[in-house]
Design a binder for this molecule. Sequence first.
Ligand code: ATP
Length: 354
Amino acid sequence: MKIGVLEGDDIGREVVPQAVKVMQTAATKSGLSIEWMPLPIGRLAYETFGHTLPPGTLEKLEALDGWVLGPIGHQAYPKEPNAINPHPILRKHFDLYANIRPAKSYPGLPSLHKDVDLVIVRENNEGFQPDRNVVAGCGEFRPSHDMTISVRVITRQGSSKVARAAFELARSRRRKLTAVHKDTVFKLGCGMFAEECRKLADEFPDVEYGEAIVDTFALRLVMAPQKYDVIVTTNMFGDILSDEAAGLVGGLGLAPGLCAGPRHAMAQATHGSAPDIAGRNIANPYAMIMSGQMLLDWLGRTRNEPRAVDAAKRIERAVERIIAEGAMLTADIGGQATTTQMGAAIVAMIDAAQ
Ligand code: ATP
């Protein structure tokens, strides 16, 4: 496997190295060889090469199977053309249309709810996000000083692709899929999204299919998240609901994610670059490590490589045990360990396993 490493900004430079160590240890145990390709991105790339996404990066990524992307602190970039936010470009360029964001509670961790195990599959490249829903210009504009117009893009193809990814995921889990939209008001946009989901429901008769209106769903998610398995929704609803789901199970430090496309996938945690805690070795590496775990699992299944699936399982088991033991957890989830200590404990647990 050829896997890129793009550390990103702030806590990205602390949690990505932990994810890579964990992935490498699990791969070695499973007999999987990984060729790592570190690539500069973000503020450090800007300071060294003059671009937050240096020229040639997309071509190098094209030749890889996937990559690990740390969080990007683009809000703090200088306002100039070479200091762009790179991750929407990566998502768009590689057609990473499905953003898969699990939320799982652990018995040993403080959380608002127990027994939660759900996955939000968020459409990743259209919807309301103005930096990626058009090929040129911007999906948000201001015709006059007192008026702003935001354009939301919904296509049949985009909706159908993400719905298929969600049905397939549901089939590999508890076989239950909920499509979340608001076609009662957005009759055309959400209506088209819902139509495409319903068309696929006929193709997946073994998956129990249901729909929920987004506001009602937000309420039910807070009250009874245990009822849900896989959820598919449009870009902005998914962005909001996945943070809400992370909040139900212990916070953003516990929210991994994968952006998957037809040929590549990118491990990218749900959280941002958290400048408020950067440089202190206290960020929770769980989200980034489990994003890497998801990447290995995805690569294993799409490349028909059982050793990658096995490596992913090793990571999952080791993380579960470290959480159950409770001695090596970061402060956000009730422990006192540093980022590096928690990462090292997971590495040691994988090493010690059969
Ligand atoms: P973005 O808009 O880029 O997603 P954000 O505004 O949601 O970013 P984050 O950077 O995700 O903000 O941080 C939100 C809060 O969550 C901060 O207080 C931060 O310290 C905390 N946080 C985020 N990630 C982690 C982590 N891995 N470990 C511990 N705390 C985290």
